[in-house]
Design a protein around this ligand. Structure first.
Ligand code: GAR
Length: 210
Protein backbone atom coordinates (compact mmCIF):
# COMPACT_ATOMS: atom_id res chain seq x y z
CA UNK A 1 0.00 0.00 0.00
CA UNK A 2 0.89 3.61 -0.56
CA UNK A 3 2.17 5.03 2.73
CA UNK A 4 0.53 8.39 3.39
CA UNK A 5 1.37 11.07 5.92
CA UNK A 6 -1.46 13.59 6.27
CA UNK A 7 -1.03 17.17 7.46
CA UNK A 8 -4.23 18.86 8.58
CA UNK A 9 -5.15 21.89 10.65
CA UNK A 10 -8.86 21.49 11.24
CA UNK A 11 -12.03 19.64 10.41
CA UNK A 12 -10.31 16.78 8.64
CA UNK A 13 -13.04 15.87 6.18
CA UNK A 14 -10.43 15.14 3.51
CA UNK A 15 -8.61 12.84 5.94
CA UNK A 16 -11.95 11.21 6.69
CA UNK A 17 -12.48 10.66 2.95
CA UNK A 18 -9.06 8.98 2.71
CA UNK A 19 -9.76 6.75 5.71
CA UNK A 20 -13.20 5.80 4.34
CA UNK A 21 -11.74 4.95 0.95
CA UNK A 22 -9.08 2.75 2.54
CA UNK A 23 -11.62 1.03 4.80
CA UNK A 24 -13.93 0.41 1.83
CA UNK A 25 -11.10 -0.92 -0.39
CA UNK A 26 -11.37 1.98 -2.83
CA UNK A 27 -7.79 3.02 -2.15
CA UNK A 28 -4.77 0.80 -1.64
CA UNK A 29 -3.05 2.94 0.96
CA UNK A 30 -2.22 3.21 4.61
CA UNK A 31 -2.20 6.39 6.68
CA UNK A 32 1.06 6.07 8.61
CA UNK A 33 0.88 9.40 10.42
CA UNK A 34 -1.32 12.43 10.94
CA UNK A 35 0.22 15.76 11.91
CA UNK A 36 -1.34 19.02 12.96
CA UNK A 37 -0.37 22.51 14.04
CA UNK A 38 -3.63 22.78 16.02
CA UNK A 39 -4.12 20.82 19.25
CA UNK A 40 -7.87 20.45 18.77
CA UNK A 41 -7.86 19.51 15.11
CA UNK A 42 -10.59 17.00 14.36
CA UNK A 43 -8.07 15.28 12.10
CA UNK A 44 -6.09 14.26 15.22
CA UNK A 45 -9.24 12.80 16.77
CA UNK A 46 -9.99 10.81 13.60
CA UNK A 47 -6.49 9.36 13.76
CA UNK A 48 -6.66 8.57 17.48
CA UNK A 49 -9.93 6.70 16.99
CA UNK A 50 -8.18 4.39 14.55
CA UNK A 51 -4.91 4.07 16.48
CA UNK A 52 -3.06 5.89 13.71
CA UNK A 53 0.00 7.71 15.08
CA UNK A 54 -1.03 11.35 15.40
CA UNK A 55 1.06 14.26 16.55
CA UNK A 56 0.36 17.86 17.36
CA UNK A 57 3.38 20.06 16.84
CA UNK A 58 3.09 23.49 18.48
CA UNK A 59 4.35 26.30 16.23
CA UNK A 60 4.84 28.55 19.26
CA UNK A 61 7.39 26.15 20.69
CA UNK A 62 9.84 27.05 17.92
CA UNK A 63 11.81 30.20 17.26
CA UNK A 64 10.58 30.67 13.73
CA UNK A 65 8.75 29.07 10.84
CA UNK A 66 11.77 27.29 9.52
CA UNK A 67 12.57 25.72 12.92
CA UNK A 68 8.97 24.56 13.27
CA UNK A 69 8.95 23.10 9.76
CA UNK A 70 12.23 21.28 10.39
CA UNK A 71 10.85 19.73 13.59
CA UNK A 72 7.52 18.85 11.99
CA UNK A 73 9.08 17.21 8.96
CA UNK A 74 11.61 15.30 11.07
CA UNK A 75 8.57 13.59 12.59
CA UNK A 76 6.85 13.17 9.25
CA UNK A 77 9.97 11.57 7.79
CA UNK A 78 10.18 9.16 10.73
CA UNK A 79 7.03 7.43 9.55
CA UNK A 80 8.59 6.94 6.10
CA UNK A 81 5.70 8.06 3.91
CA UNK A 82 5.69 7.55 0.16
CA UNK A 83 3.56 10.65 -0.15
CA UNK A 84 2.73 13.59 2.11
CA UNK A 85 -0.79 14.97 1.73
CA UNK A 86 -1.59 18.50 2.88
CA UNK A 87 -5.32 18.22 3.51
CA UNK A 88 -6.43 21.54 4.93
CA UNK A 89 -3.02 22.31 6.40
CA UNK A 90 -3.21 26.06 6.72
CA UNK A 91 0.45 26.99 6.96
CA UNK A 92 2.93 28.15 4.38
CA UNK A 93 5.91 25.80 4.32
CA UNK A 94 9.47 27.03 4.20
CA UNK A 95 11.49 26.38 1.02
CA UNK A 96 13.94 23.98 2.68
CA UNK A 97 11.32 21.40 3.69
CA UNK A 98 9.48 21.81 0.40
CA UNK A 99 12.71 21.21 -1.49
CA UNK A 100 13.60 18.20 0.66
CA UNK A 101 10.22 16.61 -0.16
CA UNK A 102 9.93 17.73 -3.75
CA UNK A 103 7.71 15.47 -5.79
CA UNK A 104 6.50 13.65 -2.68
CA UNK A 105 4.08 16.21 -1.30
CA UNK A 106 0.68 17.26 -2.61
CA UNK A 107 -1.91 19.80 -1.50
CA UNK A 108 -5.63 20.06 -2.08
CA UNK A 109 -6.79 23.60 -2.73
CA UNK A 110 -10.38 24.84 -3.08
CA UNK A 111 -10.16 26.57 -6.45
CA UNK A 112 -9.41 25.86 -10.09
CA UNK A 113 -5.73 26.75 -9.97
CA UNK A 114 -4.04 28.85 -11.21
CA UNK A 115 -7.10 30.91 -10.38
CA UNK A 116 -7.61 32.03 -6.78
CA UNK A 117 -4.51 31.10 -4.85
CA UNK A 118 -4.35 31.75 -1.12
CA UNK A 119 -7.31 32.18 1.20
CA UNK A 120 -11.05 32.88 0.76
CA UNK A 121 -11.10 31.23 -2.62
CA UNK A 122 -14.91 31.07 -2.81
CA UNK A 123 -15.17 34.79 -2.18
CA UNK A 124 -12.48 35.36 -4.81
CA UNK A 125 -14.40 33.29 -7.37
CA UNK A 126 -17.63 35.20 -6.72
CA UNK A 127 -15.88 38.57 -6.80
CA UNK A 128 -14.32 37.67 -10.16
CA UNK A 129 -17.70 36.82 -11.64
CA UNK A 130 -16.52 33.32 -12.55
CA UNK A 131 -19.01 30.90 -14.05
CA UNK A 132 -17.17 27.87 -12.75
CA UNK A 133 -15.17 26.95 -9.70
CA UNK A 134 -13.81 23.81 -8.09
CA UNK A 135 -10.83 22.19 -6.45
CA UNK A 136 -7.30 21.25 -7.46
CA UNK A 137 -4.68 18.81 -6.27
CA UNK A 138 -1.17 20.02 -6.98
CA UNK A 139 2.41 19.19 -6.15
CA UNK A 140 3.77 21.43 -3.42
CA UNK A 141 6.58 23.67 -4.60
CA UNK A 142 8.14 26.78 -3.10
CA UNK A 143 5.55 28.95 -4.81
CA UNK A 144 2.35 29.13 -2.73
CA UNK A 145 -0.42 27.13 -4.47
CA UNK A 146 1.77 27.33 -7.56
CA UNK A 147 3.02 23.77 -8.11
CA UNK A 148 2.00 21.62 -11.07
CA UNK A 149 -1.69 20.73 -11.00
CA UNK A 150 -2.33 16.99 -11.02
CA UNK A 151 -6.10 16.86 -10.90
CA UNK A 152 -9.13 19.12 -10.81
CA UNK A 153 -12.84 18.84 -10.23
CA UNK A 154 -15.18 21.61 -11.36
CA UNK A 155 -18.61 22.85 -10.48
CA UNK A 156 -20.83 25.55 -12.03
CA UNK A 157 -21.43 28.74 -10.11
CA UNK A 158 -25.13 29.61 -9.92
CA UNK A 159 -26.41 33.17 -9.78
CA UNK A 160 -27.67 32.68 -6.23
CA UNK A 161 -24.48 31.08 -4.90
CA UNK A 162 -22.87 32.50 -1.77
CA UNK A 163 -19.45 31.93 -0.27
CA UNK A 164 -21.03 29.32 2.02
CA UNK A 165 -22.96 27.47 -0.66
CA UNK A 166 -19.86 27.32 -2.85
CA UNK A 167 -17.71 26.12 0.03
CA UNK A 168 -20.14 23.27 0.66
CA UNK A 169 -20.38 22.22 -2.99
CA UNK A 170 -16.64 22.44 -3.58
CA UNK A 171 -15.97 20.35 -0.49
CA UNK A 172 -18.23 17.62 -1.84
CA UNK A 173 -16.13 17.35 -4.99
CA UNK A 174 -12.84 17.61 -3.12
CA UNK A 175 -13.25 14.23 -1.51
CA UNK A 176 -13.70 12.12 -4.66
CA UNK A 177 -11.07 14.26 -6.37
CA UNK A 178 -8.49 13.52 -3.70
CA UNK A 179 -9.24 9.79 -3.72
CA UNK A 180 -9.05 9.66 -7.52
CA UNK A 181 -5.74 11.45 -7.41
CA UNK A 182 -4.29 9.19 -4.72
CA UNK A 183 -5.35 6.16 -6.72
CA UNK A 184 -3.57 7.52 -9.77
CA UNK A 185 -0.51 8.17 -7.65
CA UNK A 186 -0.60 4.69 -6.19
CA UNK A 187 -0.75 3.26 -9.70
CA UNK A 188 2.35 5.21 -10.63
CA UNK A 189 0.60 7.62 -12.94
CA UNK A 190 2.35 10.67 -11.55
CA UNK A 191 6.09 10.53 -11.52
CA UNK A 192 8.92 12.62 -10.25
CA UNK A 193 12.54 12.18 -11.19
CA UNK A 194 14.75 14.83 -9.63
CA UNK A 195 15.21 17.52 -10.64
CA UNK A 196 12.30 17.23 -13.01
CA UNK A 197 8.66 16.81 -12.33
CA UNK A 198 7.29 14.29 -14.78
CA UNK A 199 3.57 14.50 -14.39
CA UNK A 200 0.76 13.72 -16.73
CA UNK A 201 0.41 16.17 -19.54
CA UNK A 202 -3.29 16.51 -19.16
CA UNK A 203 -4.76 17.41 -15.81
CA UNK A 204 -6.94 14.60 -14.49
CA UNK A 205 -10.53 15.76 -14.66
CA UNK A 206 -12.20 13.97 -11.86
CA UNK A 207 -15.47 12.22 -12.62
CA UNK A 208 -17.74 13.13 -9.75
CA UNK A 209 -19.16 9.66 -9.31
CA UNK A 210 -15.68 8.23 -8.81
C1 GAR B 1 -10.56 22.14 2.25
O1 GAR B 1 -11.57 22.85 1.60
C2 GAR B 1 -9.22 22.37 1.56
O2 GAR B 1 -9.32 22.44 0.17
C3 GAR B 1 -8.83 23.70 2.13
O3 GAR B 1 -9.19 23.62 3.48
C4 GAR B 1 -10.31 22.76 3.62
C5 GAR B 1 -9.97 21.69 4.63
O4 GAR B 1 -11.10 20.91 4.91
N1 GAR B 1 -7.42 23.93 1.97
C6 GAR B 1 -6.90 25.13 1.79
O5 GAR B 1 -7.57 26.15 1.77
C7 GAR B 1 -5.41 25.15 1.63
N2 GAR B 1 -4.96 26.48 1.38
P1 GAR B 1 -10.96 19.58 5.77
O6 GAR B 1 -10.16 19.92 7.03
O7 GAR B 1 -12.38 19.22 6.11
O8 GAR B 1 -10.29 18.54 4.94
Amino acid sequence: PLRLAVLASGRGSNLQAILDAIEQDRLHAQVVGVFSDKPNANALRLAHERAIPAQYVDPLAYADRSAFDTALFARVDECEPDLIVCAGFMRILSPAVVEAHAGRMINIHPSLLPRHKGLRTHRQALASGDSEHGASVHLVTAELDGGPVLAQARICIDSDDTEESLAARVLRVEHPLLIACLNEWQRGYFRYAAPQLLYRERVLECPLDY
